[in-house]
Design a binder for this molecule. Structure first.
Ligand code: AMP
Length: 358
């Protein structure tokens, strides 16, 4: 597909959670239809999409039918099985591309890729068993964090190692899965850059946001982040470099640690990102529209910021605060249509907007 996708075309989205839902809304504003593929019944994106296929990711017949029914394929999460991608790639373009997925699905590959670009990551080492964990601890030192190389998210699949004596417990927490040991970074705060690259190679970055996590889950993103002008430029250049190296098409989230010695890349997410939800209230074109524009081969929108915003996630029972939040006139409310407010579940978010640009 080299021509821009015309309104009326169908965008296939793998994953029907809140990100797929907000992508569908943005796509429909641009005149596209969305077809969601999700293994779960009643996915949040299903409420706002033209079509939903409910099937597991190893149902190759369902994937084939899905592929034939859409014009381009994108996704809301990075852990899509390789066999599913093989089937789909033969049928329609997948954007962002497979390389971006391969790099971000595996923490070891991701770190090797980032360091090959000359970017700084935490010191890291591959861990495949107890002995290699001891060797990695001897090399990197403590404190450190052991993370499964694959399938970790929201702090899951991670164990802190304060001292070498914690090694057995940390290794047991990996359940035999291959892992990466990372040196603990003494950062002052965490920021992320939401960046987009179009089919034509143009790049647009949003202003970096400052992220606060609670229990490993994003709690809030504040824009502007506490960064010097030089750090802000660095953050944006790091993101642009990653997107260009991957020949990326779409929106990516790049998470960074801010330290006195400069910015350290924590991880990349090849998709729209929770820490980019503030763009819905701060920018003319938000991250969801930007992603749809990019994968549809349209020109990218402007990433300029027109307001200060604090995004706060509504997690689990936080959703009970909605009636009170609705009384706040500067607060944009987004609910994901999930009924069961389980602890740790992202139920929605709010964007609090203030006028003064700082
Ligand atoms: P991750 O899933 O890798 O993004 O890690 C979740 C959170 O754990 C990050 O947002 C940090 O707050 C913290 N964290 C992860 N890796 C490190 C590290 N190497 N040093 C210090 N904190 C970390």
């Amino acid at each position: 597909m080299t021509d821009p996708l015309a309104p009326g075309a169908t965008i296939g989205i793998l994953g029907g959670g809140q990100l797929g839902r907000m992508l569908s809304v943005a796509a429909s504003r641009l005149g596209f239809q969305c077809h969601i593929f999700d293994p779960g019944a009643q996915p949040p994106a299903g409420h706002v999409a033209a079509r939903v296929t409910t099937a597991p990711y190893d149902d190759l017949a369902a994937l084939t039918a899905f592929g034939h029914s859409v014009d381009v394929i994108t996704y809301e999460f990075e852990n899509i099985p390789t066999a599913a991608l093989d089937v789909l790639e033969a049928l329609r373009p997948i954007r962002p591309n497979r390389r971006a997925l391969a790099v971000s699905q595996d923490r070891m590959t991701e770190k090797d890729f980032l360091t090959s670009l000359g970017l700084t990551t935490a010191p890291y080492d591959r861990v495949t068993d107890r002995a290699s964990l001891d060797a990695a601890i001897a090399r990197i030192g403590t404190p450190a964090i052991l993370k499964t190389t694959r399938l970790g998210y929201d702090g899951k699949g991670q164990a802190r190692i304060a001292a070498p004596k914690d090694a057995p417990t940390a290794w047991a927490a990996m359940n035999g899965a291959e892992a990466v040991l990372e040196g603990f970074i003494d950062f002052s705060h965490e920021v992320s850059v939401i960046a987009a690259r179009g089919v034509d190679g143009s790049v647009a970055c949003y202003d970096p946001g400052e992220n606060v996590h609670r229990d490993g889950i994003l709690h809030s993103t504040t824009i502007p982040a506490r960064l010097s002008a030089a750090q802000r430029t660095d953050a944006v250049l790091i993101a642009a470099r990653i997107l260009t190296a991957l020949e990326y098409v779409g929106v990516m989230g790049v998470e960074l640690f801010v330290t006195p010695r400069g910015l350290i890349v924590n991880e990349i997410a090849p998709r729209v990102h929770n820490s980019g939800h503030w763009t819905q209230a701060g920018c003319a074109v938000d991250q969801f529209e930007q992603h749809i524009r990019a994968i549809a081969g349209w020109p990218l929108g402007d990433g300029s910021r027109y307001a200060d915003v604090v995004m706060e996630n509504l997690i689990g029972e936080d959703v009970a605060r909605v009636p009170a939040l609705a009384q706040q006139r500067n607060t944009q409310i987004h609910l994901y249509g999930k009924t069961d407010a389980k602890p740790g579940r992202k139920m929605g978010h709010v964007n609090r907007v203030s006028r003064g640009l700082t």
